[in-house]
Every structure is written in structure tokens, then in C-alpha cells.
Design a binder for this molecule. Structure first.
Ligand code: ZN
Length: 204
């Protein structure tokens, strides 16, 4: 089988800041959209990433794919997974989604984006969300999620509204991945936060 790979556009491309349009019922049933979903799935795996929204491949459509594979979690310390409430999520498709945050404390973790390749930052987000959407067959679907899966949902659905994690990150934590790995990786978030806050209060 031929591997279909799409190009992931990078920050600065206008499409990433556009509000994506909803898909019609006819479009959802179309061959083009079925093929597009298959290509997006392949592109997400190849990246590799746990989510990919259509604007990231240059299409302003309300369509995203998500999958957090068991194999991605294998080399991550259990403590890290537990803190983030990260568990495998099977492949699925979000079409025309709406999202509501479940009231409660927000949680802060480093996250990245395939459209901001090589960077990461600490991003506060709701711990739990409710999503209403259509699946790839046009069937209505409700999702209740918390932990890392809720973070992925928020991240991908924000792409459909022209928003990126840099709009809500703690900007003083923004780092290249190289420097993140050098200075901050594996440290408890509280320690990172207090170290960076100290730095911020001592300019010069
Ligand atoms: Zn992203």
C-alpha cells in the first residue's frame, strides 16, 4: 500500500489562524473526506503525534483525528503518566465538534504542537471537558474526557477555531525542545514553575 503523507504547515501559515468551516452531511459521506481521514491518520502516525487537525495540513475544515497509542506510553515513567492522567486513546475522528470545559481546577503541563515543531511550553487547561461531535459516519457522538485526553481534545478543537497553544501558554516557559530536554525534562512542574518565576522576577 502506498503511504500517503501530507505536509504539516508551520506557525505563520494563515490557515492556522482561520476559523475552520463545518462539514456537510454529504461531504462526510464523500470519498474525498474518507480518503482525507485515512491520510491524516497516516500523517499523524508518521509525525508521530497524538492529534492532527485539518488546518494543520492546510485545510480550513472542522475535522481532526486523535489517537494516543499504547506504544507511545511504553517508554514514559509511570509517575509521569499518572501525574498527567495519560492513558491510551483509540483512533477516532472529530467532525464539527463543540467543547465545554467541566468546571474545576485547571492543570498545567508542557505541551507541543506539530505546527510549532521543535518547541514546547507550559499550558494551563481544563482537567475535564465534554465534547459533542460527529464521527466519520456522520453519527452524533458525546465524549467525556479528563486528564491528557481532555488536553488533546482542547488542543485539537482550538486548531479548528484558529487558536494555538501559544495563545494560552505561560509565555515565560516557552522553550526549544533541545533546551527543554537540557534544563527542565523530568523535573516536577512545581519546581519548573518556581524556577522560571524566580527568573522572571529578576530581569537583566
Ligand atoms: Zn497542534
Amino acid at each position: 500500500m502506498r503511504r500517503e503523507r501530507l505536509t504539516i504547515v508551520q506557525v505563520g501559515e494563515p490557515v492556522l489562524r482561520q476559523r475552520a468551516r463545518a462539514l456537510t452531511a454529504d461531504e462526510i459521506r464523500s470519498r474525498e473526506i474518507r480518503q482525507l481521514i485515512a491520510k491524516m491518520r497516516q500523517t499523524m502516525h508518521d509525525a508521530p503525534g497524538v492529534g492532527l487537525a485539518a488546518p494543520q495540513i492546510g485545510l480550513p475544515l472542522q475535522l481532526a483525528v486523535i489517537e494516543d497509542r499504547e506504544e507511545y506510553l511504553e517508554d514514559i515513567a509511570q509517575e509521569h503518566l499518572t501525574e498527567r492522567e495519560r492513558r491510551p486513546v483509540p483512533f477516532h475522528v472529530l467532525i464539527n465538534p463543540t467543547i465545554r470545559e467541566v468546571p474545576g481546577k485547571s492543570v498545567e503541563f508542557y505541551e507541543g504542537c506539530l505546527s510549532l515543531a521543535g518547541f514546547t511550553a507550559l499550558v494551563p487547561r481544563a482537567r475535564s471537558v465534554r465534547v459533542e461531535c460527529l464521527d466519520e459516519h456522520g453519527k452524533r457522538k458525546s465524549i467525556e474526557a479528563s486528564g491528557w485526553y481532555a488536553r488533546i481534545l482542547q488542543h485539537e478543537i482550538e486548531h479548528l477555531h484558529g487558536r494555538l497553544y501559544i495563545d494560552r501558554m505561560h509565555s515565560h516557559t516557552f522553550a526549544s525542545l533541545d533546551n527543554f530536554n537540557r534544563f527542565w525534562k523530568g523535573k516536577p512542574i512545581d519546581e519548573v514553575r518556581s524556577a522560571l518565576n524566580r527568573t522572571r522576577q529578576n530581569p537583566g
